[in-house]
Design a protein around this ligand. Sequence first.
Ligand code: FAD
Ligand code: SF4
Ligand code: SF4
Length: 494
Amino acid sequence: MSHQTPDRLHRQALEILASIEGRTLSKKERAQLPQQAMPAQDPLVRRATMSEVTYGYSEEQARVEAMRCLQCRNAPCIAGCPVRIDIPGFIQAIEERRYQESIGIIRESSLLPAICGRVCPQENQCQANCTVGKLLKDPFQSVSIGRLERYVADIDRRDSGGGVPSVKPETGKRVAVIGSGPASITVAADLRREGHAVTVLEAFHRPGGVMIYGIPEFRLPKAIVDDEIDTLKRMGVEIKTNFLVGRTRKLQDLIEKDGYDAVFIGTGAGLPKFLGIEGENLVGVFSANEYLTRSNMMKAYDRSRADTPIFQPRKVAVFGGGNVAMDAARTAVRLGAETVNVIYRRTRTEMPARAEEVDHAEEEGVIFHFLRSPKRILGDEQDRVIGIECLSYELGEPDESGRRRPVAIPGSESRIEVDTVLVSIGNDSNPLITRTTPQLQANKWGNIVTDENGKTSMERVYAGGDIVLGAATVILAMGEGRTAAAAIHAMLSR
Ligand code: FAD
Ligand code: SF4
Ligand code: SF4
């Protein structure tokens, strides 16, 4: 894919607008308008910087993209959005330059539009259902709903001057919210708005969950997440960091001794899985989570200012094909690795990572090895990684997930020389709270079991986000938080 400069994309949009000025477009003409590409930093430049890769649409690009929407009466896109944003409504407002109205429509359903507009897997959600994509027989040509959401959210961030949502009079009820990722932020904001006193208890020294420690700056600037946390504080939410529930305080003590009227558990899925293959304990093997946390949260990439050590990669192998794998690979590129190899046992089509992240990784020089899987990690006499041995695979019959099962080809071993291995094959739930709270029901994967309102097996205790769903997405975690907050508020109002 060739890189187009922001100026060029902006000029093209200007020309389109000039060519249709004063005309009412038919649906056919709208669907034929060219999809607006996202302006991005030159891949060669961004390889060496942590700053955000994409710049966001210009106003003209946003208007052309908004014009591609057919304003379908049945709006199938809405059913694909976990929080049911009125998508045609907010897009029409952009076309008509009613930006404050547009963000107002989005905010009725979503608390974090600047974040979701950047990181939602739109191609599998709202955009998967878009009529334009269907008409053009290419789901990637759907209306760019996420980019438009980001556009209007960024205008709002720039212009709103940090307004604070109104908070109802104090109810005298107290709620503890464990964790500070998107599920917890949503619960804290929704309950505080209703006048309840909310305290967020976060294990790390910095709040924000995966949005701070996992997703890198070049994809989601931390300032955006910090602003959301600031808004919570200005609403009167108390945030206690370095507070590990299960160690600092047990869950039942929060209710029985500390007097909280309700507890929400939003502790995510931060426990990395490993393959269990030979060599996984060699020097130079890391979980992608640890690597990303060092780089993102502890700022290890900023060697002039941070003391956090990070293994200096030269030749890297990343195991996995999801968003975490892409983030780890692209972080290694920015930390100066000469070659970064992603090893994935299916093909590109089955990769769970967002398509845009895979494209960006490829543009930045990441090498993909499809239909290959590591068999063992090789070390030298000092137990340092010197390479990996892989097996080649072919795709067999579909498995229970519907994806074709990868089948190893006997005798197909091959080697790749590397000194760093980043394991990124998924995360489980952290078991600390369930282990220290025997009465809290969890399933066989360690996820907390809830009813449809987020209520757990314990009275006054609710849960949501990755700790319930298993590793999922920001918007799903947010949706779960919203449901649980409504149930907690109803319970506290009885
Ligand atoms: P989290 O965001 O995981 O937050 C949980 C918080 O709880 C953490 O801050 C943790 O420190 C804290 N905590 C844990 N245990 C305790 C305890 N005992 N006491 C107190 N605090 C505790 N999703 C997308 O939609 N798009 C993406 O592009 C995307 N990319 C991702 C990239 C990476 C590297 C990772 C790891 C995930 C990515 N995800 C992405 C998934 C998404 O970030 C998660 O689904 C989402 O953050 C889950 O939100 P949550 O609120 O459930 O928990
Ligand atoms: Fe699409 Fe996510 Fe926005 Fe919903 S929140 S409309 S799924 S980008
Ligand atoms: Fe617009 Fe696509 Fe939604 Fe139709 S399905 S309203 S074209 S975004």
